[in-house]
Design a protein around this ligand. Sequence first.
Ligand code: ACO
Length: 423
Amino acid sequence: MAKDTLTITDNRTGKSYECPIQSGTIRAMDLRQIRTSDDDFGLMTYDPGFTNTASCQSQITFIDGEKGILQYRGYPIEELAEKSTFLAVAYLLLDGELPSESELEEWRSEIVQHTMVHENIKHFMDEFHHDAHPMGILLSTVGALSTFYPDARDLSDPVNRRLQIVRLIAKMPTLASFAYRHRMGMPYSYPDNSLSYTGNFLSMMFKMAEPQYEVNPVLEQALDLLFILHADHEQNCSTNAMRSVASSKTDPFSAAAAAIAALYGPLHGGANEAVLRMLTEIGSPAGIPDFMARVKSGKARLMGFGHRVYKNYDPRARIIKEMSDRVFEVTGRNPMLDLALELEEIALKDDYFVKRKLYPNVDFYSGLIYQSMGIPVDMFSVLFAIGRTVGWLAQWEEMLLDSEQKIARPRQIYTGQQFRHLD
Ligand code: ACO
């Protein structure tokens, strides 16, 4: 008998089946042959939330959740965080290799040519309510890009796909900053293409009447690093939404709008916003015991803690925590930091969290940094979306080129009534 197989005995029939094992998985369709009779549909797996189901083969991001390892295209996140830039990492995620100096310069100038958005986008942004959540504005305007670029529907041409990728990466900071300025009642600020990708974003966010915005290099580097840390995270909720929606062969802007919608939720990208709201609610170290009691009785969640994949310290959280000192030297220490540190210390010693392997994730500290930079809480997940757009697009193209992929269409176990009749 071959070694890499699984033998399954169906105790309902006494029959045995042999399924090949490849890369630690069996093919779900191999179970379909397991039937009790000819008219039996065949065995399926039941896996709400895809907790144990691989939906694709991917070469982009590797995570070992038990060991707390994260790699982009084989490079440790720690090295990329220390030595690379967001645009170089974007190139890496999309193309598989880090760019040479000349390739990076070419890539940067490609991006820079597409930072502007059609004036009509500005006009319809104006129509959002004054206090509209910027994430809602972002997801609508990214979806609307599909109406400005109908050529994006041609998915078969690699040059055309590349153009849409460049367009979206280039326009995300512009749309994000416009959403912020609308929220603040400030005039939109146009891109300054003499600045870096991240410097230009800071300029579009905060430029007032000065001829050129002076970017603080520490904050620019910190934000660039945060974009790197958020750039991809294999098959997370929003990436799964991107792949799933795009599997119907819709255009990438519509699929990215769906990914942004998934990221918006408090269990995913909305968690950094939820952490800040939670810290505000706890108020001071004196409020921690009460809050912890609520968490342990299931009435609240410690936001920024826990992860589907990491059962160890999220390596991104460690990098952010280390970088926060440099930011606070410029901005002044965020008064919430001490509360967050104390909360972390208490949680990491508490049996409830130890038993469930709940550690701080990327969102536990990122919000504190954003807040210190003067970015309002409801912009946090928008910043996450800027970084993650690269991952969505890399995963999108990988999916399109994967001949095994089909339209995403899960099965269900029907539990309702059947064959009823109207009298
Ligand atoms: N606070 C308290 N308890 C928690 C937390 C938390 N943050 N996270 C998980 N648990 C508990 C659950 O109640 C559950 O306990 P039980 O076994 O007694 O029922 C157990 O730990 C397992 O949790 P699940 O919800 O089953 O884990 P899952 O993998 O489905 O969820 C998730 C992962 C959504 C990230 C969860 O840990 C969570 O809600 N965390 C808070 C929100 C957050 O920080 N999200 C950001 C994730 S990172 C990102 O998306 C960028």
